[in-house]
Design a protein around this ligand. Sequence first.
Ligand SMILES: [Zn+2]
Length: 201
Amino acid sequence: MLMKREITISPQKGTAFELYKGERVKVIDLEGGQVADLLAFRQGEPEEKLSTGVTIDNNGSLYLKKGDLIYSNRYNPLLLIVEDTVEGHDLLHPPCSPEMYRFQYNIRDNHPSCYMNFVESLKEYGIDESLITTPFNIFMNTRVASDGSVEVKEPLSVAGDYIILEAQADLIVAVTACSVEESACNSYRCTAIGLEIYQKL
Ligand SMILES: [Zn+2]
């Protein structure tokens, strides 16, 4: 595979980029124990976007693995999981936001958040804040018990673990290095996320 672009997302930051059909993005946990939230929108028609609900519906599972597809709100495949060294990701939680930090932690100052990082990075592509939805939370280790209770544990990912996603349509993709340092979500410390974008084979 020929690498087209390499991006390092600094801790508590985010980015957005074009990913054309057949191109691949490798999302790397550089230091281990760090979550990366990911959103995807159809180019030119961002009202069609990644849907975690449809993805759970079509895969019949809360957990994704190699070979699974990530779907849009219109039931079209957007991304294929080509490789996955962790197989522990989350489809349930919203991006962390200023409101979440207030509600969960009583933090009222300007805490960095995945939500605000999505807002900023998607602006460049004309994608409005109102289209931000529940992301695919890569490396986020959410465990659901048989009674329905939900617990977020430290990620299973260690330094160098990654997932490779192949675009099934022309997309705008946004990725963040999650900003939560107050819980096990990112192992109580925020670190960087690596991205490698590969040309179509
Ligand atoms: Zn976050």
